[in-house]
Ligand binder design. Structure first.
Ligand code: A3G
Length: 147
């Protein structure tokens, strides 16, 4: 999994077109979204993650919690982003993993939004620009076979 973490004044998106034949079903309300004072987590789920999705979810949640506490925000935007890797995992498993990350963060008391999966989206972001405002993480399941 590749994650780009951006601490922002806000992140807002608007769904434009389908990017998959069968994107996630969404309500009218989910076609737009915005969070203020947010840690945006742009996530590419990779093929290797399919070897142990549970572990990847756990490690991703830990990394997000760690940065969120450093930048002092409880607002998290989980954003599916298929542009951080050339070895993307399957959409079905990717969506499952992203939903799990969202759920686990909510259980831990974070205010979480997740951008819809399988769409092209317009988005606006206002990076805060402090030293911890732009971070990236690579997460690999522990048992992953090194090819
Ligand atoms: N910017 C727009 C966009 O990325 N759209 C992506 C994601 O929403 C989602 N998607 C598909 N596969 C993946 C994956 N492995 N990891 C994350 N998202 C995925 O499906 C769209 C087309 O790839």
């Amino acid at each position: 999994m590749r994650m780009l973490l951006i601490h922002s004044d806000y992140l807002e998106y608007e769904v434009k077109d389908k990017a998959l034949k069968k994107p996630e079903e969404i309500s009218e309300e989910q076609k737009k979204g915005r969070l203020e004072e947010v840690l945006a987590a742009f996530i590419s789920v990779e093929k290797v993650d399919e070897q142990n999705p549970e572990e990847v979810v756990e490690k991703a949640v830990k990394e997000i919690e760690d940065v969120a506490s450093q930048v002092k925000t409880k607002n998290i935007f989980v954003y599916p982003f298929a542009h951080l890797s050339s070895e993307l995992g399957s959409p079905d498993i990717a969506l499952k993993i992203l939903k799990e990350i969202e759920e686990k963060l909510k259980e831990k008391g974070y205010n979480v939004k997740r951008a819809p999966f399988g769409y092209y989206k317009a988005f606006k972001l206002s990076c805060k620009g402090h030293p911890l405002a732009e971070l990236s993480r690579t997460i690999i399941p522990g048992e992953a076979k090194k090819e």
